[in-house]
Design a protein around this ligand. Structure first.
Ligand code: ASP
Length: 324
């Protein structure tokens, strides 16, 4: 009897150890809730590469776009919490969305095991190259007087470009027509082509086009200028100090990961954001890499809770005044 018990116990321990050692045994899917080529996709691909090396299995990007990122995040949140489906969320999906979707099928603070922050992404106000205004004051005037004849691109209600965009409109008192895309990658293509007039978006998307002079940048909404765009003034310098916003991208998993799996993912992301190549690419694009106090799941959980609390009142009133 004793022997049988001992054997059973040993077998259970071996099975446990085997599972802990063996994760991951197959590729891991990282859901990106926007179109390929946009900022969330870019950050996801930058960290997926070193994560794959650390985990010994490929982290494969799957773009599931729609509804401002909430389609992909909803689907990923409902998948098995086994470490084989993770997702790249952001300030929109895990901060702004609850303010704008009554029937949101996930709770950013409760439905996930946070893995960690991947990058900070300041917001830049950009417009098509042929926009006549030469500075932010001129742009604000043009947007106010242009009314609904001006088209503003965004990546869906609740996305970063939508929430920071309607906040911008409400601060300056403009009512442009909002044009929805499946991500700001395709929105940026249309901005370069002059099909839409302006947008507010994450720096990692727009920095290369600003540097290449194919679009105009009017201001960056952070207290300091970005080293990657030294000629772009801050909103404070450009005369709109009230417009201060910054976004971020972070990795989440569906809630309920086995502890050993969770730890492997946290460690892999931590190594990925410290990878010299990944760091270099994020910084070149104007993003920021997580500081020690910003990294990891505890800091991310706090960030999500504070972002939901911060955005909910601001967005509800900003959206009331915008053109749907
Ligand atoms: N930056 C986009 C947003 O506005 C999404 C994306 O394409 O990554 O939320």
């Amino acid at each position: 009897m004793k022997k049988a018990f001992a054997f059973g116990f040993l077998a259970a321990m071996t099975a446990f150890a085997a599972r802990a050692d063996s994760y991951p045994q197959r590729p891991i899917t990282m859901v990106v809730p926007f179109a390929a080529g946009g900022p969330t996709d870019v950050i996801a691909r930058i960290v997926a590469e070193p994560m794959s090396k650390v985990l010994g299995q490929q982290v494969v990007i799957e773009n599931v776009a729609g509804a401002g990122g909430t389609t992909g995040i909803t689907r990923a949140s409902q998948s098995a919490p086994d470490g084989y489906t993770i997702m790249m969320g952001h300030m929109g999906t895990h901060g702004a969305a609850p303010a704008l979707f009554k029937g949101l099928k996930y709770d950013p603070a409760k439905s996930f095991d946070p893995i960690g922050l991947a990058a900070g992404t300041p917001i830049v106000i950009v417009a098509k190259k042929t926009m006549a205004a030469t500075d932010l004051k001129g742009l604000v005037e043009a947007l106010k007087s242009g009314g609904s004849s001006i088209n503003q691109a965004h990546a869906g209600v609740g996305s970063v470009s939508h929430s920071t965009g309607v906040l911008f409109d409400s601060i300056i008192g403009a009512k442009p027509t909002l044009v929805v895309y499946r991500g700001t990658g395709p929105a940026l293509n249309d901005l370069v082509a002059g099909q839409v007039d302006f947008m507010t978006d994450q720096i990692v998307n727009v920095a290369p086009q600003i540097a290449g002079n194919t679009i105009k940048a009017y201001a960056i909404a952070t207290p300091e200028r970005s080293p990657s765009l030294p000629n772009v003034p801050t909103t404070k310098e450009a005369g709109l100090p009230d417009y201060q916003v910054s976004a971020w991208n972070a990795v989440f998993a569906p809630k309920g990961l086995p502890e050993d799996v969770r730890k492997k993912l946290v460690d892999a992301l931590d190594a990925a954001v410290k990878d010299p190549n990944a760091t270099k690419r994020i910084l070149e694009l104007g993003g920021t890499v997580p500081k020690t106090e910003e990294a990891g799941p505890v800091a991310l959980q706090k960030l999500v809770e504070s972002e939901v609390a911060r955005w909910t009142p601001v967005l509800r009133s900003a959206v009331e005044g915008s053109n749907p």
